[in-house]
Design a protein around this ligand. Structure first.
Ligand code: 5GP
Ligand code: ZN
Length: 150
């Protein structure tokens, strides 16, 4: 636990939150500035700063919890879909530096949903750049996904 961390303080009960569910390793609560009706956050109880730092067991637990919560939210709120979002780094919109997954129910009814896509869907990219970047990363990863990414 980090004394300076808002979400550690929420887990410890020192900052109030609207809890949705918890278990030994994860905690889910309502986002205070919801992008849609029912916007929630799922976090590990153990402090990790971000996606790069979180241990595999906590990441697995948070992801599985988010899946369960997403299913329940879509059913309970009669949502039309759901987005999971993680922001890693200030330039990628991270504002709280304790790993979290946003679970954001989505609605056709825009009175319940204020989200818009941050890129223009269907805008074709430069195929040469796509191939170059894909090849570079494939070489870095040696084409494998199972190895640890350090
Ligand atoms: P990020 O921008 O880091 O991906 O997301 C941080 C989220 O935490 C934001 O959606 C923000 O609304 C939420 N948040 C910030 N402070 C609080 C708080 O004190 N309580 C709750 N429940 N959510 C918060
Ligand atoms: Zn923390």
């Amino acid at each position: 636990m980090s004394d300076q961390c808002l979400f550690c303080s929420i887990v410890a009960g020192n900052v109030p939150s609207v809890k949705v569910a918890e278990d030994d390793t994860t905690y889910a609560f309502m986002d205070i500035n919801p992008g849609s009706d029912g916007h929630m956050l799922v976090i590990p109880k153990r402090h990790s700063k971000d996606l790069f730092e979180i241990p595999a067991d906590d990441l697995t637990a948070v992801t599985l919890a988010a899946q369960r919560i997403a299913k329940a939210a879509v059913a309970e709120f009669d949502a039309d879909g759901v987005n999971l979002l993680n922001c890693c780094g200030a330039d990628a919109w991270q504002t709280v530096f304790h790993f979290h997954l946003h679970v954001i129910p989505r609605y056709v009814d825009k009175t319940r949903d204020r989200l818009v896509l941050p890129w223009q869907p269907g805008t074709p990219g430069d195929i040469e750049a796509i191939v170059t970047l894909g090849s570079r990363l494939s070489a870095t990863l040696d084409g494998r996904l199972s190895a640890t990414l350090d």
